[in-house]
Design a protein around this ligand. Structure first.
Ligand code: PGA
Length: 258
């Protein structure tokens, strides 16, 4: 099944509202010909309202970098799915390794967030990936498969695959300049698709987009996008400048058109 490529920017904790506005102004004219890819920009909560407003009726989907799976109540500091939808967000990053490692998010919390995002109609980009130590000791697949299985322990039949995205982000490649080789990216994303097929069948597995993340930049995006099971990228550092993110979007848009 042909899957639509997706290129996603993860700004992390960067950009004031004015900077966000300037970025979207610069990005929009640069992606006019990128009709072959879905585009998402995951921005801090404080900039989300403005970015969602500016990207309404454009090919860009505004997204949050986190949310909480309850809809309202005594959860000081948290933001819910209805709140995100209310301001026009269409997607959310779930279980980024920085949230798992720095803020203690467990597989179970990540799974609940993924399920709530799907049921709310927010596209979740569920991040999975291993540390350097786990990879070096041969534990990559145990870690990654465990993170994915946890999601399917909770996810019901309400999704047919097109409304959930996974991002394979090896932690050792994030923000380090140390990208996984295209072969490593294919190996992991291919295994992930195999696991999706095992748990939900071929049609489901064929519909899910799997992104690669970890030091993606204009210089390496082509060889990464060329991998069969890589459907796009989740990009931190190289997404912070509109110009370089636009290059990545255009590369993704052209990558699978052959
Ligand atoms: P990076 O970050 O592109 O800066 O490595 C990717 C991510 O954390 O999503």
């Amino acid at each position: 099944m042909a899957r639509r490529p997706m290129m996603a920017a993860n700004w992390k904790m960067n950009k004031l509202v004015g900077e966000a506005r300037e970025y979207i102004e610069q990005l929009l004219p640069r992606i006019e010909d990128a009709g072959g890819a879905d585009i998402a920009v995951f921005v801090p909560f404080t900039a989300l309202n403005e970015v969602a407003r500016m990207t309404r009726d454009t090919p860009i989907v505004a997204g949050a970098q986190n949310f909480y799976y309850e809809d309202s109540g005594a959860f000081t500091g948290e933001v819910s799915a209805p709140m995100l939808l209310d301001i026009g967000a269409g997607a959310v990053v779930v279980g980024h390794s920085e949230r798992r490692e720095v803020f203690g998010e467990t597989d179970e919390m990540v799974a609940r967030k993924a399920v709530r995002a799907v049921s709310a109609g927010l596209l979740p980009v569920v991040c999975v990936g291993e540390t350097k130590e786990e990879r070096d000791s041969g534990g990559m697949w145990e870690k990654v498969s465990g993170q994915i299985r946890a999601v399917f322990d909770h996810l019901g039949d309400e999704t047919s695959g097109g409304d959930i995205v996974f991002a394979y982000e090896p932690i050792w490649a994030i923000g380090t300049g140390d990208t996984a080789t295209p072969e490593d990216a294919q190996d992991a994303t291919g295994k992930i698709r195999g696991l999706l097929e095992e748990v939900r069948g071929e049609d489901f597995a064929g519909a899910v987009r799997i992104l690669y993340g970890g030091s993606v930049k204009p210089e390496n995006v082509g060889e990464i996008m060329a991998q069969e099971d890589v459907d796009g990228g989740l990009v931190g550092g190289a997404s912070l400048k509109a110009e370089s993110f636009a290059e990545l979007v255009n590369a993704a848009s052209n990558a699978k058109s052959g």
